[in-house]
Design a binder for this molecule. Structure first.
Ligand SMILES: Cc1cc2nc3c(=O)[nH]c(=O)nc-3n(C[C@H](O)[C@H](O)[C@H](O)COP(=O)(O)OP(=O)(O)OC[C@H]3O[C@@H](n4cnc5c(N)ncnc54)[C@H](O)[C@@H]3O)c2cc1C
Length: 403
């Protein structure tokens, strides 16, 4: 394995880092204050559109979409995208600037891979242009959604259309005023074998019978202006052509959805943790306690060393997973994908938590990015599939493989 970055990737990394230095970090406070002081907190501030236009102009756009989707996207493979995604991960809202943010990346991939020409024209193109946003509605309050066979929303065939009834929550992105399209998972045939009951269907948010009930908070954060919505579907009529791929193929799509996008959160989390370490290294030089800078305390140095080791271990595992996905495909790479999904969110939680400790009260405050970043890292231990489900799958695969 050679993890040296190619010249193309090095040049993109340089360009992206320069963009972060000149356009993103200096405007972090401004962005937060615009979001917080907006009369409509689900409206994306104009600053975002300004930054998106600049990023697009500089070719820092749709970097996540791999070669098989050319001419869409930058044609990078997973290993090439990993360091770029890490850099974007340093600021929670910056992936959107480059049209590389969740859940749109996964949704775009689904439509690019499985959508009809009509789906691509109506939804993929505006998504790729960054003109609209999307959401993925699978999880339901009433059922244990870590086991997707439980998903109970009904998608009934009514001859010339489907009728949808159900309740979803934590539909990330659906609060945002630019969100126009939902990919909804539900059952088309309750009598089919368990993994062929579910289907996925495109539902415009403006369809009659779709109600955004309320924003759900995550660790106390509403994550404005994107948000996580509770959404009610009451007798929602959708044309049959909106079904993706075919009835009973929801699991197949879910697997595909988790293609390259499978480890994007891990890549971002490396960036979150690295930023927490960088901020800590600056802070300990400035803060004097008991007559000397914190950086001179042995236990602080040990903490910093441990943070570095944890990040580096997770980064290498992420790169290896990305490399295996590129070389052997996601099916063969499934164990290492599960491994990094177990490792990266927990690592980020530990590193950011330590950074907060070293920052003192400031670490918990709105004056640093640390507490919001910790909340994000913590929720990924659920939102990207609970740790236990990845462990269950990895443990099972390893035992079975030994027989
Ligand atoms: C911030 C945030 C954003 C999200 N965004 C989205 C989104 O955009 N779209 C969407 O559809 N969903 C989204 N989710 C929901 C997320 O995917 C689910 O929370 C997750 O799949 C778990 O489902 P559940 O909450 O129903 O937990 P449950 O299924 O009730 O599971 C609860 C717990 O049970 C334990 N458990 C489950 N299975 C096992 C097992 N096999 N062995 C041992 N223990 C087990 C785990 O500890 C698990 O956390 C989001 C969640 C959060 C917090």
């Amino acid at each position: 394995m050679n993890f040296d970055h190619s010249e193309k990737v090095q040049s993109l990394m340089q360009k992206l880092s320069h963009f972060m230095d000149t356009e993103i970090y200096p405007r972090e406070d401004e962005y937060h204050s615009l979001v917080m002081n907006n009369t409509n907190k689900w409206q994306t501030p104009a600053l975002m559109n300004e930054l998106k236009a600049k990023a697009k102009e500089q070719g820092l756009w749709n970097l996540f979409l791999p070669k098989e989707y050319l001419p869409y996207g930058a044609g990078l493979n997973n290993l090439e995208y990993a360091p770029l995604c890490e850099i974007m991960g340093r600021v929670l809202w910056s992936s959107e600037v480059f049209n590389c943010s969740a859940p749109d990346t996964g949704n775009m991939e689904v439509i690019a891979k499985y959508g009809s020409d009509e789906h691509k024209k109506t939804y993929l193109e505006p998504l790729l242009n960054g003109e609209i946003r999307s959401a993925f509605a699978m999880t339901e309050p009433e059922v244990a959604s870590s086991d997707a066979t439980n998903i109970a929303t009904k998608i009934e065939d009514k001859g010339d259309h489907y009728l949808i009834n159900g309740r979803k929550w934590y539909t990330s992105g659906a609060m945002n005023e630019n969100c126009q399209i939902l990919i909804v998972m539900g059952k088309t045939d309750v009598k089919a074998p368990r993994h062929q009951q579910q289907s996925q269907i495109l539902v415009p948010l403006s369809t009659s019978g779709v109600t955004v009930v309320r924003p759900m908070s995550a660790m106390g954060y509403l994550d404005e202006p994107i948000g996580h919505a509770e959404v009610l579907f009451e007798n929602v009529k959708v044309p049959k052509a909106n079904l993706i791929l075919g009835e009973g193929r929801g699991f197949e799509i879910a697997q595909g959805r988790l293609g390259p996008g499978r480890i994007h959160h891990c890549m971002r989390l490396i960036g979150c943790a690295q930023r927490a370490l960088d901020l800590t290294c600056e802070r300990v030089e400035q803060r004097i306690a008991f007559g000397q800078p914190l950086s001179k305390q042995q236990s602080v140095r040990e903490s910093i060393a441990q943070m570095y080791c944890k990040i580096e271990q997770a980064r290498l595992l992420t790169l290896k997973a990305a490399d295996n996905m590129d070389k052997y495909g996601n099916k063969v790479a499934k164990n290492i994908i599960a491994a990094i999904k177990i490792v990266a969110p927990k690592m980020a939680c530990e590193v950011i938590d330590e950074a907060i400790q070293i920052h003192g009260a400031a670490g918990t405050s709105q004056d640093t990015v640390l507490s919001a970043t910790l909340a994000y890292a913590r929720t990924i231990r659920l939102a990207d599939g609970p740790d236990q489900v990845h462990m269950m799958q990895l443990g099972k695969n390893l035992v079975v493989n030994k027989q």
